[in-house]
Design a protein around this ligand. Sequence first.
Ligand SMILES: CC(C)(COP(=O)(O)OP(=O)(O)OC[C@H]1O[C@@H](n2cnc3c(N)ncnc32)[C@H](O)[C@@H]1OP(=O)(O)O)[C@@H](O)C(=O)NCCC(=O)NCCS
Length: 179
Amino acid sequence: MSAAEIRPANAADLPLVTGIYAHAVLYGTATFELIPPDLAEMTRRFDALKHGGFPYFVAALDGRVIGYAYAGPYRPRPAYRFTVENSVYLQPDIHRRGIGLQLLQRLIGESEARGYRQMIAVIGDSANAGSIGVHAKCGFQMIGTHPNVGFKFGRWLDTVMMQRALGEGAETLPADAES
Ligand SMILES: CC(C)(COP(=O)(O)OP(=O)(O)OC[C@H]1O[C@@H](n2cnc3c(N)ncnc32)[C@H](O)[C@@H]1OP(=O)(O)O)[C@@H](O)C(=O)NCCC(=O)NCCS
C-alpha cells in the first residue's frame, strides 16, 4: 500500500469526512454525539474553523480520503484564545498503520506555526486505548479523567483529558500580552 498523503482539507473532501465521522458517531464512544451530522452541518463546522484560523487536514491513500484531523477553539471565552482542542478520526479498517500519528503530528506543527500554545484532547471513553496511545506518542500528558460524564450505548462513559504544550508553551508571553 502506498504512503498516506497528509494535506489541508478542502470542501470537496467533506462528503468522505462526513462518512468517517458518521461511523464514529453511530458505532464508537470517542465522540459523545448521538446523531451523525449531515454534510451541510459538517460543511458549516468546516467553514467556521477555516474562518476562525484553525488548521484542518485530511489523510488520503491513493487519492481517497481515509482520515482527518482538525484543531478548534477549546472554549469560546477570549482568554482561552491560545488553547485549541483537537480531533482526529480514521476510517476503521485503516487503524494502527501510523496514519493517526502522522495526522496528529502535522496538526501539532501547523497549530504551533499559527501561534497556539496549548493543545487539549478530550478523549471519549477511558477504554479508548487507540486515542490515548496516539496522543501519548505525540507528547500529550495525562491530566485526568472525568468519570461517568457521558451516557451512550446503555452505559456511562468517562472523558480522559490529555494536554500538550505547543511551541514555546507558557515559557514566553504571546504577542498581545497586554490584554
Ligand atoms: C485514535 C486513532 C486516530 C489512532 O490512529 P491510528 O492510525 O489507528 O494510530 P497509529 O497507527 O498512528 O498509532 C500510533 C501510536 O498510537 C498508539 N496506539 C494506536 N492505537 C493503539 C491501540 N489500539 N492501543 C494502544 N496503543 C495504540 C501506539 O503507540 C501507536 O504506535 P505503534 O503502532 O508504533 O505502537 C484511530 O484509532 C481512530 O480513528 N479511532 C477512532 C476515533 C477516535 O478515537 N478518535 C480520537 C478522538 S479523541
